[in-house]
Design a protein around this ligand. Structure first.
Ligand code: AQP
Length: 337
């Protein structure tokens, strides 16, 4: 059965509480499309140590992210869910690819520039710079044809394609499948509620920055009611940066309700102001997250089930990843063990 379906791979770092950005940009489209694909979804824990991290929190968040995948509807009978570090081939292929990656390609990456700018220059880890190489290894190991991600990962996907092409040129055109990016039609870039010109991120510490998937309804209401808008009152989609707050709220509403932009603008044309918009957005978010949160609570009553699923997922992933790694090692000139 799986032979006819395209292979997809994607993952999220357990680097904090998952946001509605992570849900709308990534997990929602994974769940919606899993029937169409031979799908592999991993918790990319090795990526989470590219910035300062707490070991106990990493352990806790790795399991939490896996439970959120399941709670959001990723069905382990259709999709393979696993933890990146459980499949050693990710680290091994990453080294082989690192040695073929020009430094200039890495210095160009926007995410590296943004994240390194927030740290003391001398304490920025080499891992943060080579993050895209590990991400390329994640994807290429599975010969993934499609990678469903949010808009911020577009550049890393381009990097992966360039690196795969370089490897194919050096070691044979059939070494790696060249993956395509898949970006959702709505919710591909959710912005911070406190600063609608910056992407909503799970690692951003400000209290009013993000709505988390596991936030209580009252917290969601509070955060959305306090979100930054502007001094106008028109409730319309807009790419004018001064109207980014309202545009972001409308985008969140659209992604959660699946209505067209025209229907949404018509719906809010009689609203009395941004207060009405915020209330409606908060209720749409709360209503959509409620069944996910309920399922999450049930799933985490016994974490052994989650650990068992992750062990099965890793075993299945390992078989594919090791096959690709062996081919690359052989083509690069390593003696087989
Ligand atoms: N704001 C967002 N809007 C839409 N999609 C988003 N994604 C992240 N933020 C948004 C998508 O979620 C997946 C998570 O990727 P990641 O955890 O590997 O890293 P990231 O893209 O850097 O996400 P964060 O939340 O900003 O994490 P931190 O703060 O740890 O760096 C990807 O598919 C991403 O596109």
């Amino acid at each position: 059965m799986t032979q006819n379906r395209k292979r997809v791979l994607s993952g999220i770092q357990p680097s904090g509480n998952l946001t509605i950005g992570n849900y709308l940009g990534a997990i929602k489209q994974w769940a919606e499309n899993q029937h169409r694909f031979d799908a592999y979804y991993c918790v990319v824990d090795l990526h989470a140590i590219t910035v300062e991290h707490d070991p106990a929190q990493l352990r806790e968040k790795t399991r939490e992210v896996a439970a959120i995948y399941l709670a959001c509807g990723i069905d382990p009978t259709l999709s393979t869910i696993f933890v990146q570090s459980h499949v050693k081939a990710h680290s091994e292929l990453a080294w082989l690819l690192t040695c073929q990656t020009p430094l200039g390609w890495l210095y160009r990456m926007t995410q590296f520039k943004d994240k390194s700018a927030k740290q003391e220059a001398m304490s920025v880890s080499t891992g943060l710079l080579s993050y895209p190489v590990l991400m390329a290894a994640d994807i290429l190991l599975y010969q993934a044809e499609v990678v469903p991600v949010g808009d911020d990962q577009r550049q890393h996907l381009e990097f992966t394609r360039d690196l795969a092409q370089r490897m194919n040129h050096l070691y044979g055109e059939d070494t790696f499948t060249i993956p395509e990016v898949m970006i959702p039609p709505a919710g591909a870039r959710i912005m911070g509620l406190d600063n609608p010109t910056a992407k909503m991120s799970k690692s951003e510490a400000a209290q009013l920055h993000a709505v988390y998937i596991l936030d209580e309804p009252d917290t969601i209401r509070k955060k959305i009611m306090k979100s930054v808008t502007d001094s106008g009152k028109e409730i319309q989609f807009s790419d004018d940066p001064s109207r980014a707050g309202v545009n972001n709220l409308l985008t969140i509403y659209q992604a959660f309700t699946s209505q067209s932009a025209e229907a949404i603008e018509a719906h809010f044309s009689t609203a009395r102001g941004y207060g009405d918009l915020k209330k409606a957005v908060a209720e749409a978010v709360i209503e959509s997250l409620q069944p996910i949160q309920q399922r999450y609570r049930e799933l985490t009553e016994d974490v052994r089930n989650i650990d068992d699923l992750l062990a099965q997922g890793a075993e299945k992933a390992r078989a594919i990843a090791n096959r690709t790694l062996a081919i690359v090692q052989e083509r690069m000139g390593f003696l087989s063990a």
